[in-house]
Design a protein around this ligand. Structure first.
Ligand code: IFM
Length: 444
């Protein structure tokens, strides 16, 4: 497999996110985000770790952009920390915060790297959470104010935009299970948050399109291929319900197909938050859809699980041959299945794999990180992307998650996903064998 097999226009990149890398949590007028608050709550993050410094990207961004170039990666996806630009969420912008992103964008362009910017990768300003965050419909106008400002200042140079990162994860983990910020639970938080996130995609998508000349507007979705635990009817039905929740809940309203209530009846409760104009406001014709896949899920019927009546059978219990530091099964065909699933929707001009990668426990030995498992994971997943491409499916790009090891949310720092190893005490970087492999692969 060589790069040329994917064709001359295939987009190659690497992805990252503000909260996971920047640190400088209160520098230069930045306001607190829900993650700054959540990481200080007892028992929420493994090892009580926090992201006050993280990878020090705020101060060392030039060095990390230089790594992107040294690895021959033409596209760098990063996100904007909303509370850096609007410390209180709305109102007076913080020019120093915006200026940081001006420097990052210019730094990319100077190195010949195309910046791809995500507007929301989970770090909502705490001031807005105090008004309900994503459960409050006003989030739409708050985000419009933030996005309008950022896009009007960076849109002359940034042409690739993504509205949200993985709405299913930040609403599910943050507003239903309470394991991510802001730590809220239950359907009375999840349903309004989900509906407002779905509406935000169209609303902000339209705004970007009107502001940015020659831009491409996208948004990204987490997805896992869903396999029933057995061929019994009840497990097959449970898998259909889980698929509706995990893979279909956000893409289908955006495509004008509505919420997948026929396959997951509990979703009908979202109706309560629908207003007259919403049906028309939900769809938006994105230029590209980002899909982010890491594994598959095996699903069994479970009558005692509320709403879903289904449970995910953990990889560890299934005794799978390979498992990552996140406890996720290594299952490369999943990415092919997801590309196939999303390609089957009408009206998606192009799919880009905006995240794929793996966390493994790395060791530094004689100044080297020989991460054979991660390298093999990437090769095997790319082979599946190529298979999808050769089958005529609609995939046009691939971004590795992620450039440097970073703060993996509730998992803290133990789950290392980077192509470049980070010593979090000294901030020293060492390119891993997987990074060297990607560099060689991209250099041809
Ligand atoms: O680190 C996350 C990222 O922020 C969103 N997608 C999945 C990654 C790995 O868990």
């Amino acid at each position: 497999m060589v790069k040329e097999d994917f064709g001359p226009h295939f987009e190659w990149g690497v992805s990252s996110a503000a909260f996971q890398t920047e640190g400088a949590w209160d520098a230069d007028g930045k306001g607190p985000s829900i993650w700054d608050v959540f990481t200080n709550r007892k028992g929420k993050i493994k090892g009580a770790q926090h992201a006050c410094t993280a990878c020090n990207f705020y101060y060392g961004y030039q060095q990390d952009i230089a790594w992107v170039r040294k690895l021959n990666i033409p596209n760098f996806r990063f996100s904007i920390a909303w509370p850096r630009v609007f410390p209180k969420g709305v109102g007076k912008p913080n020019l120093k915060g915006l200026d940081f992103y001006n420097r990052v964008v210019d730094g990319c362009l100077e190195q010949g790297i195309t910046p791809w910017v995500t507007l929301y990768h989970w770090d909502l300003p705490q001031a807005l959470q105090e008004k309900g965050g994503w459960t409050n419909r006003d989030i739409l106008s708050w985000m419009e104010e933030y996005a309008g400002y950022v896009v009007s200042r960076l849109g002359d140079r940034v042409k690739r935009w993504m509205v949200l990162n993985e709405p299913a994860v930040f609403t599910g983990a943050g507003y239903f299970f309470g394991v991510h910020a802001p730590g809220l639970t239950g359907v009375r938080n999840f349903f309004p948050a989900a509906h407002h996130a779905a509406l935000a995609m169209g609303r902000i998508g339209r705004l970007i399109r009107s502001e940015v000349q020659n831009g491409e507007v996208g948004t990204t979705f987490s997805c896992s291929s869903i396999h029933p635990a057995s061929s019994r009817r009840r497990d097959v039905d449970a898998a259909i319900r889980a698929d509706a929740l995990i893979n279909r809940l956000f893409i289908e309203p955006v495509l004008g197909l509505g919420y997948p209530t026929a396959d997951l009846k509990a979703l009908a409760a979202i109706e309560k938050y629908m207003q007259a104009e919403d049906e028309k406001a939900l769809p938006f014709d994105f230029d590209f859809i980002g899909i982010q896949n890491y594994t598959r899920e095996v699903v069994a019927s479970s009558p005692f699980v509320p709403y879903l009546q289904a449970r995910l059978v953990p990889a560890i219990k299934r005794k799978v041959p390979a498992i990552t530091a996140m406890g996720w099964e290594v299952f490369p065909p999943a990415i092919y299945e997801m590309i196939k699933k999303f390609s089957s929707y009408p009206n998606i001009p192009k799919l880009i794999v905006t995240e794929n990668g793996a966390a493994f426990a790395d060791t530094v030995l004689d100044g080297q990180v020989k991460d054979a498992e991660r390298k093999q994971y990437l090769i095997d997943h790319l082979a599946q992307v190529l298979r999808a491409k050769q089958d005529g499916l609609n995939v046009h790009g691939y971004f590795v998650w992620t450039l440097t090891d970073n703060f993996e949310w509730a998992e803290g720092y133990h789950a290392r996903f980077g192509l470049v190893h980070v010593d979090f005490d000294t901030q020293q970087r060492i390119v891993k064998d997987s990074g060297k492999w990607y560099r060689t692969f991209l250099s041809r």
